[in-house]
Design a protein around this ligand. Structure first.
Ligand SMILES: Cc1ncc(COP(=O)(O)O)c(C=O)c1O
Ligand SMILES: N[C@@H](CCOP(=O)(O)O)C(=O)O
Length: 469
């Protein structure tokens, strides 16, 4: 499998190179040159497989040539063996023909564990083989950070720097990150918002001189391996609900457009997905695009669903690439113009084509709390605010009641007690046993100005197990 950049100028790479590359050298994102297309018979034969075996079947074409089948199988068994629920991603019915896919039974209680537990193990495998050390930089609005730290914790060959927006993540999210204390784990609270953090990470890929020759690796969904791992649970859910002989729809709480893009890819690989719903909070650039062809940057509004407080969605570029016939030059032009003006629209015919599959809704804090309360009263399932946004959008935008509707349950409610308590007083759940002492744990974090050079200087001063590079 070869991977190409959405901007058409960077060299094509194999899986191992793409895993270690993060952003492409032309500023684009890597995508497979050709997607595998699974047959009905193949998909039918996967019904009932344990999660790690299904993961092997779905992801094998993407890694073949870089990792042997035997190694990949062992890595996957180990990865999904750490999830607290035997089903790994259980489906919970919340109404007639309506489900929540619980993606929060991993170590850090959010869907990010599905890809980052794997990414950490893949990095360990490949870096050990190459005898190489790398620096990881990641931006987080709360969940990617702890999942990346947890996923890479045992990896001897990395120093990991996680940038989060100072005082804009939940206390549980912050403590999950800052209580991981080790020479090679560095939490930076940036005096800015998530988009500032994300931009610093992307700018660091463009000019890596501050790393003095050490390779920079991404853990955000700009890294192809993240998206690849997130396609698997679409198959896992749909195959339980009658696919491949029956269509299924998904509603996806969306911020950086990574999770829903994985669903779009699963459909292009042959999974019968009828409808994909982009569910945003008040930070609704994607809803403005889907509903009116206006991908226009706005100011950031803090909400009760802080992980989706994102102004600009990285993975939207991957969809633009497909929308424009995979013409990298056109995408580069669009992205340059977006960088200059903060606005982007596409030709009407391209937009209409995309709308055949995608619907969208922006959900405010009040509707979020109402949905948490409503679902709790209906069936006792306590939703986190991000998942509630997905359920609300699913109920508003659903095209057909006869097609099963699955909302991705992206985080455990325990991570967002403020919203849960507001919606259903007294219902906030207890931290799970492995996190029971979270509020007593020592924290380590450095607050830095919202300034690229300041952050890069910090990285180069601490990038070698806490010592200068
Ligand atoms: C809990 C939660 N839900 C939803 C999202 C949105 O996912 P994506 O950024 O892949 O669109 C995120 C973070 O991105 C998240 O942490
Ligand atoms: N919501 C995310 C934001 C980063 O998204 P990613 O999927 O690109 O890593 C978070 O919780 O950090």
């Amino acid at each position: 499998m070869r991977y190409i950049s959405t901007r058409g100028q960077a060299p094509a790479m194999n899986f191992e190179e793409v895993l270690l590359a993060g952003l492409a050298s032309d500023g684009g994102l890597y995508v497979p040159e050709n997607l595998p297309r699974f047959t009905l018979e193949q998909m039918q034969s996967w019904v009932g497989l344990p999660y790690h075996e299904l993961a092997f079947e779905v992801m094998r074409p993407f890694v073949a040539g870089s990792i042997s089948d035997a190694d990949f199988k062992a890595i996957l068994q180990d990865t999904y063996g750490v999830f607290a629920n035997k089903a790994v991603a259980p489906l919970r019915q919340i109404d007639s023909n309506e489900w929540v896919l619980e993606l929060f039974h991993g170590p850090t209680l959010a869907f990010k564990d599905f890809a980052l537990q794997l990414l950490g193990r893949l990095l360990d495998h490949i870096l050990t083989k190459r005898g190489e050390r790398v620096v990881i930089m990641g931006a987080t609005s709360g969940d990617t950070g702890s999942a990346a730290i947890e996923g890479c914790r045992r990896c001897e060959n990395v120093d990991i720097f996680i940038l989060h927006p100072h005082e804009r993540v939940s206390e549980v999210q912050r403590r999950q990150m800052t209580s991981a204390i080790s020479d090679n784990i560095h939490n930076i609270a940036v005096e800015g918002n998530f988009d500032d953090c994300q931009e610093m990470v992307k700018d660091s890929f463009a000019d890596q001189s501050f790393l003095k020759g050490t390779r920079l690796v991404a853990v955000n969904s700009i890294n192809w391996a993240r998206i690849m791992a997130q396609t698997v649970y679409y198959f896992h859910a749909a195959l339980q609900l009658g696919a491949p002989h029956r269509s299924v729809s998904f509603s996806v709480p969306t911020g950086n457009f990574g999770d829903i893009f994985a669903g779009y890819l699963a459909r292009n690989m042959g999974l019968p997905i009828n409808q994909l719903i982009v569910a945003t909070n008040r930070n609704d650039i994607l809803h403005r695009f889907m509903s009116g062809n206006r991908y226009h940057k706005d100011t950031l509004h803090p909400t009760l669903s802080p992980s989706m407080d994102i102004m600009v969605s990285s993975n939207f570029e991957r969809l633009l690439f497909d929308m424009h016939g995979r013409n990298g030059a056109l995408v580069a032009e669009l992205m340059n113009s977006f960088r200059a003006t903060g606005q982007l629209s596409v030709e009407d015919s391209r937009w209409t084509e995309v709308r055949k599959l995608f619907d969208s809704l922006a959900v405010d804090d009040e509707q979020t709390c109402q949905t948490i309360a409503q679902v709790y009263a209906q069936c006792g399932e306590l939703l986190d605010p991000h998942t509630a946004i997905g359920v609300h959008a699913a109920r508003e935008c659903r095209r057909s009641m006869s097609v099963p509707m699955v909302t991705l349950g992206t985080a455990h409610p325990v991570k967002f007690p403020e919203a849960v308590e507001k919606a259903v007083p007294g219902a906030a759940p207890q931290l799970p046993p492995h996190m029971a002492d979270l509020f007593e744990r020592q924290e380590r974090c450095t607050v830095l100005a919202n300034d690229l050079k300041t952050v890069q200087d910090f990285v180069s001063q601490h990038g070698n197990r806490g010592k200068p590079l």
